[in-house]
Write a protein that binds this ligand. Structure first.
Ligand code: FES
Length: 136
């Protein structure tokens, strides 16, 4: 084998063996909708008693409560009737749809027609100054 052939052969082998490592290193870190996702900050949640993130990585999220509340609640605020965004009514402790009047309890269960399916719930927690949700 000539020296030039040997160098080419070794060089090609090195490139071929390094390629998978280089591809893996350059690939973006995968985050799935199954992971905890930030949907806003604690200051905004505490100021309003609710936090709406319409385009979070897990979809639309409405968090209800404050950082000092014992149990925060997070739901997908998309009404299961025809898809309007429900609003949280703190005095009544329910989600109300402005389109056709469906009502949901704080647990997302239907309390009043015309909706028949519950709102989707998320797990929610506070970490530092961020409000995080995760699909359950
Ligand atoms: S879209 Fe909500 S009640 Fe019809």
């Amino acid at each position: 084998m000539k020296r030039r052939d040997f160098v080419n052969w070794v060089g090609l082998g090195w490139i071929a063996s390094s390629l998978p490592v280089a591809i893996a290193a350059c690939s973006p870190q995968k985050t799935t909708s199954q992971d905890w996702q930030s949907v806003g900050n604690v200051a905004e949640l505490d100021k309003n008693g609710q936090l709406l993130a319409e385009n979070s990585p897990v979809g639309a999220v409405l968090v209800v409560g404050t950082s000092k509340a014992a149990n925060l609640v997070a739901v997908n605020p998309t009404c299961t009737h025809k898809g309007c965004t429900v609003a949280w009514k703190p005095q009544a402790q329910k989600f109300v749809c402005p389109c056709h009047g469906a009502e949901y309890g704080i647990d997302g269960k239907v309390q009043k027609d015309p909706a028949t399916k519950p709102l989707t719930n998320y797990a929610v927690k506070i970490e530092g100054s961020s409000v995080l949700v995760k699909q359950v």
